[in-house]
Design a protein around this ligand. Sequence first.
Ligand SMILES: *Cc1c(COP(=O)(O)O)cnc(C)c1O
Length: 364
Amino acid sequence: MKVPLSSLSLSALERTYAFEAIETGWISGTGSFIRAFEEELARRIERRHVVAVSSGTTAVELALLGLGIGAGDEVVVPALTFVAPAAMVRAVGATPVFADLDPATWTLDPAHVGRLITERTRAILTVDVLGHPCDYDRLAAFGLPIVEDAAQAHGARYKGRAAGSFGAVSTLSFHANKTIATGEGGCVGTDDEALHERMRLIANHGMTPERPYWHPVLGRNFRMTNVTAAIGLGQVQRWDELVEARRAVAAAYDERLRDLPLTRRPVAPWATEACWLYTVSHPHRARLLDELRGAGIDARAIWTDLPSLPPYRPFVREECPVARRVSETSMWLPTWSFMEEETIDRVAGALNSVLKGIAEPAGT
Ligand SMILES: *Cc1c(COP(=O)(O)O)cnc(C)c1O
């Protein structure tokens, strides 16, 4: 049996709600499950307002549009993350400015961010990379709007506050491989009433709710469907269960891999990590991945650092050596909520035997 990189946990609750949404005939971007999902999410990410949207990517685009960011503006983004936040900075016509990671957190290095700020900087796009919150006190001190991309950080905390509660706007993704999953889906959260109204307007063709086919602003269609929100409501009602189950998997990996020559993703003392994908580093990553793949285990190399990707090369201002090093040496181990003990044992066992082989020089 193959071990996938990730897997879903969908319960009877999600099935019941989704079926109910279909039976009512409300299957597009209007319906009672959308509001219910938004309200439950707002509670979880400690926000006054949440707008559910079609993906984590459109959520970032909506956040940037809501803040009025566009051509001529610069947005600081981390040099290592999933590509979507940087892509959306380009999509609205702004310039991504890549900041390196702090080696102690693998999130934005506030000192490097400080050196990159110019009079054109309009926002800092903070990604809670792999479920670890950024150092928000230090980043907020720059006095710029923050867009928190918490797509990988459902259930993480910074000094006790929920990931998704920071900055002018925060975004989540509910892609099938995220901790809370609807298949495709996302949301924006804010405490600012006017910004909330603006984002709701833009997400729905820029059309005022009071007057049909009156579009005071340029809009998009970023709506989430009621069926998707029904699945989401079931998932979000299981938030603690799903988050804690992943923490238990991380703890099980920690215990089994403790004595192996692998470097685990670091965690700052002020951070409560939410394990999205369990991540380790090793100088012989390619060999480890090959052998794990041979054993039917879908471990994967982490993302390529964004400054190395063709569409972003023209925007590279300064080298980001930490992001480069993490990108070249790190890998994800299979991780999902309720991953079975035997499966964790199997992955740890395979790593153990590969690493033994690496430790013994050939020919002895
Ligand atoms: C997954 C992810 C996204 C994109 O979410 P989709 O729902 O797949 O569009 C955006 N940002 C980060 C940091 C992500 O991990």
